[in-house]
Design a protein around this ligand. Structure first.
Ligand code: SF4
Length: 295
């Protein structure tokens, strides 16, 4: 893996903490090797050359410690917005593990987006952070079907392994759930698959599922996606072109009906799906645990 220098590591989120209660964003790696066919992070607007090539940020931990000591608000740090921090290089370099140690040392919270069960290696640190501040883990799962997940997310573990990881994290007291996002029109938008995924979420102890019934497509993200459609889903590219006509927001044709089915299933299994409720639950759960300990 190549290394690059960085000047800053934590960026305050501009839109407030409305997105999963995250206060700061952090990426320890540049680029991502998972090659999800729909990946938005490869879009031109983010200016990441050779997106599939992972580069480590050499001085990230030094800069992180400096920044953590200066922050007044011990908020939640989000990892994984632009790159899955649990890529194969993490096994050797442990950048994420070392960053979690610093986050624990300085008492900040953590929100991690991943598709990799490598996160299980760090359960000890997640538990440690959870005893001091807020922790939320979001596994992206777009389909209950392993064969399909290996086509659309080829370089990371299949959906069933991610569900098993959710179970282990949940059993360890870590607030963990699912990002069912994106929902790929004409591919992962089948009613029965959405019902099945909610059912599996319940079975494996997920506390929440958040979704957007569609996907976004822009610039070279679209080119890559269409190229992959031609490889794996013959004739679908033409269907997208005809239906969406180059639009950025590509919601599934039956999104209202699907969302109703989705929310009905979540209610049936007692799984949270509304963002405000998810934030309240994971931040409140820790406070509740603290109060219990006091009593
Ligand atoms: S894991 Fe996320 S950042 Fe990495 S390729 Fe997939 S969608 Fe892109």
């Amino acid at each position: 893996m190549k290394f690059i220098e960085t000047k800053t590591i934590l960026s305050k989120v501009k839109y407030g903490s409305s997105w999963y209660g995250v206060d700061y964003n952090m990426n320890l790696y540049k680029g991502c090797p998972h090659r999800c066919i729909y990946c938005d992070s490869r879009s031109n607007c983010y200016h990441i050359d050779n997106f599939d090539l992972v580069r480590g940020k050499e001085n990230a931990l030094y800069i992180l410690e400096k920044e953590l000591t200066k922050k007044r608000e011990k908020g939640v740090i989000g990892i994984g917005a632009m790159s899955d921090t649990y890529n194969p290089n993490e096994l050797k370099y442990e950048q994420t593990r070392k960053a979690l140690k610093l986050i624990s040392k300085y008492g900040f919270g953590i929100s991690i987006d991943t598709k990799s069960d490598l996160i299980l290696r760090d359960i000890d640190l997640l538990k440690e952070i959870n005893s001091k501040n807020n922790v939320i883990i979001k596994f992206t799962i777009t389909t209950p079907n392993d064969k399909l997940s290996k086509i659309i997310e080829p370089n990371v573990c299949a959906s069933s392994k991610r569900l098993q990881a959710i179970k282990k994290l949940s059993d360890s007291g870590i607030f963990t759930g699912i990002m069912m996002n994106p929902v790929l029109p004409f591919i992962t938008d089948k009613e029965e698959d959405i019902k099945e995924l909610v059912k599996l979420a319940s079975k494996f102890g997920a506390k929440f599922i958040h979704t957007y019934m569609g996907m976004t497509l822009r610039e070279n993200q679209r080119d890559y996606y269409f190229h992959k459609l031609d490889q794996h889903f013959i004739g679908l590219k033409e269907k997208y072109i005809q239906y969406y006509k180059g639009r950025y927001n590509c919601v599934t044709p039956n999104y209202k009906k699907l969302y109703k089915i989705f929310t009905d299933e979540c209610k049936k299994y007692g799984i949270l799906y509304n963002m405000d409720d998810i934030i309240k639950a994971y931040k409140g759960e820790r406070k509740g645990n603290e109060q219990m300990k006091l009593f």
